[in-house]
Design a protein around this ligand. Sequence first.
Ligand SMILES: [Zn+2]
Length: 306
Amino acid sequence: MRNHRANLTHIAFANGEHLLSGWIRHNIRVGFSNFPFDGCLGYWGLPKQHLKAQRIDGAILDGILARTTLEENEREDLLVKRTNYSLWKLGVDSVDNGQKIKSPPAHLEQNTYAFSMSWHLCEQCVREQTEELGFSYWVRRHQIPSVTHCFKHGSILLTHPCVKRLDRLALPAKLLGENEFIPVSQNHSLLEWSNFVIEVDRLIASNPDLITLWQSEVKRILALPEVTRHKDKPFFQALSKRMESDLGDGILNHLFRAYRDERQSKPDVLWRTLSGLRKQKTTRHPVFWLVILYWLRDSLTSLDKI
Ligand SMILES: [Zn+2]
């Protein structure tokens, strides 16, 4: 076992740093920034792809995990601490426990969701990191899907087209100096949503059993049938109408493209998430559960105080 461990690469992370950010800094330290990015990927045995901020699977992440960890539980621990893996557990039904979390193909995500999937930064965080540490890094919580505000400063996160497909060893401070970054959203009222999502992420990481509890509480609050049949669809549609009017346009427009575009049919969030009748090979995107939890948060354990 010790020999195997000796072959692993150790990446030192900063506080709250995203997995890929630690990997970028590791490669800069060993001198890879002087070479083409493809050479760095090749050294790690990784395919020529860009670095995606919000994905929790894929060849690049899998490849890095294989070179830095030995055991499955170490891998999961690193994913929980350094990516938004915790939130994806929301999409796994209790009956499917043990199912491997596999997110949908990236192009389907881009077509369905309206929020930015680029890399995000907070200008103030970058300034503080540089002053304290002498370097900047990508913060994990800034890359959580649909989050628009910094958990620490409450400021709107920034992005730039140059980091949408990040294909170089680049850190926030340098990029900020070279480009004019723009807000990920103009909607200041999404601060409450962002804080909620950040808190759900924290709660799941510290107590994953909350997911099963919330799932059963939601079913009880909405008085869902024990076993759902197709004939129950109108009941779900009526609930959806209620949810839409309670939430208002701001959040739904932020999350789903269909709510911005009259021509697209709206995703039936409640039916797809709660009916259990939708067969799928991939895990549901966490925003489906997040929007339901947000809607009913006043009546849910640990969420009613947020
Ligand atoms: Zn900040």
